[in-house]
Design a protein around this ligand. Sequence first.
Ligand code: IVH
Length: 666
Amino acid sequence: MISNVDKIEDLRNKIRYHNYRYYVLDDPEISDAEYDRLLRKLESLEKSHPELITPYSPTQRVGAEPLKEFTQVTHSVPMLSLSNAMSESEMRDFDERVRKFLKTADEIEYVVEPKLDGLAIELIYENGTFILGATRGDGVIGEDVTQNLKTIKSLPLVLIPQGQLPVPHRIEVRGEIIIGTKEFEELNRKRAESGEHLFANPRNAAAGSVRQLDQRITAQRPLDIYCYGIGVVEGITFSTQWEMLQGLKSLGLRVNPYIKQCKTIDETISACLGIESIRETLPYEIDGAVIKVNSFSLQSQLGTISKSPRWAIAFKFIPHQETTVIKDIQVQVGRTGALTPVAILESVKVGGVTVSHATLHNQDEIDRKDIRTGDTVIVQRAGDVIPQVVKVITSKRTGKERKFVMPSCCPVCGSEVLRSRDEAVYRCTGLQCPAKLKESIKHFASKRAMNIDGLGDKLVDQIVEKKLVKNVSNLYYVPHHKWRELERMADKSARNIVDAIEKSKKAGLERLLFALGIRHVGEHIAKVLVDSLKTVDVIKTASKEKLIGINEIGPEVAESIIQFFRQETNWSVLEKLKAVGVSFNPKEFTEGNKFAGKTFVFTGSLKEFTRDEAEKIVESLGGKSSSSVSSKTDFVVAGEEPGSKLDKAKNLGITIINETKFKNMI
Ligand code: IVH
């Protein structure tokens, strides 16, 4: 019989392996649900045998008591910083300096890596276990943030070597902690709602989260890690940067996929420019590319000069910031009735994109930055983050600027505006506020929700203003001739809308739950709910305890779900949706439609499919494939030797995936 010790150890190893597949290789072998099952099984076994719990079990990422202060850690090898190159010619100057120092006319081999904009940290593993994590601090002394780093799921608590490399006796690994741009937006949105100070950028958010005395707060922050360097290593040796990066990966650590080995300075420069060209498509912020001499023996010959290595340099990208003027501050009313002040800007190009609006989040944020209409301000955008006002240039004030005050009545329906005690947000109290209805319908019809093709903003505005719909279920009851009567609606477009609405009935329960716009129920939580509770009847009657019992659902989300289903009007919307034939089936039944509304473009050759086969697969899953890239493209699948479509996709900021990712999706 297998002992509990073996069972537990076997489960832990499986979980560690699947973590590695998911986070390091970006190539999972099992579904999220299956992974959750393994984790739950381990949790329940450990619950019955608490004496077998070790601090390195995958279940032990969170749980320690808050600290009073951080202890100091002296790095055995100082953590250096980088000097900068601002242009192509400065990169060439760097290469010249390197060759001059080494007294060689030969080409130098370099490794190019994205320069991640986060917080530098060091991780120490002894005999394969994570024993200490520290911030860079001043480069010599940092802070012990081990218990916070343990909460990061992409950081292995135990190394699991996948290749030939043995587990080293000791390895000090250096890397960057980051927060993705989308996750950063979401974090700030929540903070704006609860009146907390906003983080200025993802880097500050990452740093603030790592330097938290209470580990439970860190655990709620979407932190991620990429490793790019080493300090002292005992037990294995590496002779180049490239070999080391591959080695870290094979030990189970996360290494950025956009690293490149280059034989010449020309290749190095194009690799840097290549990284700059995909900057906008990355899900996290980078502020440059790092060039490192590949050979470790050349690195040590080159040495360091005043805290920066002579063997590396950062090629800094132009920051996406510009100066402009706030023409007006207007108030938008969202789906939940929240009033959001928005700065209307004199249009300005920021990083190649024209920006004419910037969110100001809430009154507190405006007061804190003292933003006034007429002010000259610095705006920034990064990745696909909504443009923000960084700061006011007060020296440009003329005295004519006007302070902003939140209106006391809703600018759309005139109802009273209230701010509840524990929120920073002002909300419209109007039950029939057309702005709320318009926004909920737009959300309901959106691509990732019910995906009703063609039901754009202008149409939604009209059907609400003409009182054709009072809630989302009414959409399914509007007959063809009523659509036909709307402005600029030809017979064919009216027919298309009716067809698209009909098609959306098959979107499935996950999308439907997300589409209903329940506060805090995004796509992911909708999936979690359906995975664990399966039917809408169970979901709508679930108790708070039951909801909180589900992994990833906290009290705030649970409360919001209960509040939604407590309202009879919401039940009646669901009844009407059901009556008209909208599917309440969980995702499994609608799998055949999972690419519905998605357009794919293939470029380059795939290893496992012919172009025809790949396109057929997309179609069989409800998607479309197209031969050219446009703003309507959702995914570009890049095979080997991709053509100009790839460049176009990069310019348009379209999601680019490789064959493995495509295979996972199908
Ligand atoms: S190497 C040579 N590689 O940039 C030692 N740093 O200015 C310097 N950074 O403190 C570190 N991505 O926070 C290196 N791929 C990368 C990096 C990187 C981001 C940050 C790191 C460091 C700062 C140096």
